[in-house]
Design a protein around this ligand. Structure first.
Ligand SMILES: *[C@@H]1O[C@H](CO)[C@@H](O)[C@H](O)[C@H]1NC(C)=O
Length: 295
């Protein structure tokens, strides 16, 4: 056994967080019958992508080392990956809808917001808020629907509107099975890479802001979602969620993934590892082999 008893708490932490999330969801939303939990789908087979070479990493910011192509998704693959270790207990919380909706959320109102939160206009916080608002107001690319959620309710409403009113959904997220402060190292992909059922999906990324803001988006082009067990060089275990975008032809050529992977838009799939505080909503599978059913 790799795990000592003291690690049990960490192993259960993701479930506790999910349960917590579910409780908030049920209490604020009154939904019964939505299922939360990891699903275990089919085993993936390797897929052929176009030729690429991403062994020229030296000049690249480690925090961008989260990209891969479907070709890299195989047992035994070893690669440097960056997982931010943000402490969920200290990161900004989603506000109740009523509170969040009582504040403007627009670039135009930034001066007013800075005043309200007490940030100087030349502060790092002001810059972060500006970047977040700008990103949230940018036009979606062709085939993409996007939405910045400032509350749990609005995030769930958006997810539901994409996945379908009649569909329950599951929430997937990367979980760290061991505790360590190492955020950048080489990881090896272990046995049991699983493709998750994800005909449709909504990905929600945390954004820097004084309160919880998730940038949620969904692309109509084909995506795949995988659960990938990883072991770090230091023994860290991660059950990582990877999303692959099969069609990147509409992406801006300045997208950092193209630099990291050394490929051009539309010539290769682009996949990325999800940090633990990002969420993926997928439709609930009726006959799932989910090992966890919260309700
Ligand atoms: C990953 O391994 C390669 C080759 O073994 C090494 O050159 C590189 O420095 C390692 N990267 C990290 C982040 O440890």
């Amino acid at each position: 056994m790799h795990y000592s008893d003291t690690n049990m708490a960490e192993n259960f932490l993701p479930w506790i967080l999910l349960l917590h999330f579910l409780l908030i969801m049920c209490s604020s939303y009154g939904i019964i019958g939505r299922e939360l939990g990891m699903n275990h789908g089919t085993i993936i087979t390797s897929n052929d992508d176009h030729k690429h070479d991403h062994h020229h990493h030296h000049d690249i910011d480690p925090s961008l080392m989260v990209f891969l192509t479907m070709k890299d998704l195989k047992v035994g693959q070893r690669m440097p990956i960056y997982f931010p270790k943000r402490d969920p207990s200290t990161s900004p919380k989603l506000w109740p809808k009523q509170e969040a909706d009582s504040l403007p959320f627009s670039l135009e109102k930034l001066p007013q917001l800075l005043q309200l939160f007490g940030f100087a206009s030349d502060s790092a916080q002001a810059k972060a808020m500006e970047d977040t608002l700008r990103e949230c107001e940018s036009k979606p690319i062709k085939g993409e629907v996007k939405f910045c959620a400032t509350s749990l309710d609005s995030m769930l409403d958006f997810a539901q509107s994409i996945l379908g009113k009649d569909s329950g959904f599951r929430v997937l997220s990367t979980s760290h099975k061991t505790k360590s402060s190492v955020s950048f190292q080489n990881y090896t992909m272990l046995e049991d890479i699983k493709e998750m059922e994800a005909r449709k999906m909504v990905a929600c990324h945390t954004m820097p802001y004084p309160y919880g803001v998730f940038y949620c988006h969904s692309q109509t082009t084909q995506n795949k979602v995988y659960s990938v067990p990883l072991e770090g060089d230091n023994g860290d275990k991660v059950e990582a969620i990877v999303v692959c975008h099969l069609d990147t032809s509409e992406w801006a050529s300045s997208h950092p993934s193209f630099q990291v992977l050394d490929v051009k838009p539309g010539t290769s799939s682009v996949c990325h590892f999800f940090p633990a505080d990002n969420l993926i909503f997928v439709p609930k599978v009726l006959q799932s082999h989910a090992g966890f059913s919260a309700m």
